[in-house]
Design a protein around this ligand. Structure first.
Ligand code: FES
Length: 155
């Protein structure tokens, strides 16, 4: 555990007195520093907030923007929800896998891209939907898939 995480935990608890409310901002802040949330980090956070480790693990695994493994600089989520599946998300995923030379769940060897599935991204009327870091890309046909790989990095 990094010493300043205790300070961050205190700050989160000051702003959000209930531990499970302080959890998300603390996880977000630590992931911002570490890049992802390892098992050790999850245990540290549970300790800092006096929460059970399985509870913290369940929160981390629930949210698609928390990562339990190192990721690339650009994280591409492809929605695989029903509307997007009907709109061609399988083809989109296969196109991105072929272009990047990786499978879903993997990161390119240069650390540039991580390709992940996502559950419904709540833009079903614009299927198929992808998300590059925090930016949504809607109605992504195969041509637009190539454009995804040219975009700027956003936090
Ligand atoms: S199913 Fe893809 S955004 Fe809802």
């Amino acid at each position: 555990m990094k010493p300043h995480w205790e300070t961050w935990a205190k700050e989160a608890k000051t702003e959000f007195p209930k531990a499970n409310s302080a959890l998300l901002p603390l996880l977000h802040r630590i992931q911002g520093e570490e890049g992802y949330l390892s098992s050790d980090t999850i245990a540290d956070v549970a300790h800092l907030l006096d929460l059970a480790v399985p509870y913290v693990e369940s929160v981390v695994s629930f949210y698609s923007l928390f990562y339990q493994r190192p990721t690339g600089r650009r994280i591409i989520h492809v929605c695989t929800g029903l509307s997007c599946a009907l709109g061609g998300s399988d083809e989109l995923m296969h196109r991105l896998e072929a272009k990047l030379g990786i499978q879903e769940g993997q990161t390119t060897p240069d650390g540039e891209y991580t390709l992940l599935e996502a559950e419904c991204l709540a833009a079903c009327d614009k299927a198929p939907v992808a998300q590059v870091n925090l930016r949504y890309r809607e109605s992504v046909d195969l041509e637009a898939a190539d454009e995804l790989l040219k975009g700027e990095v956003e936090s």
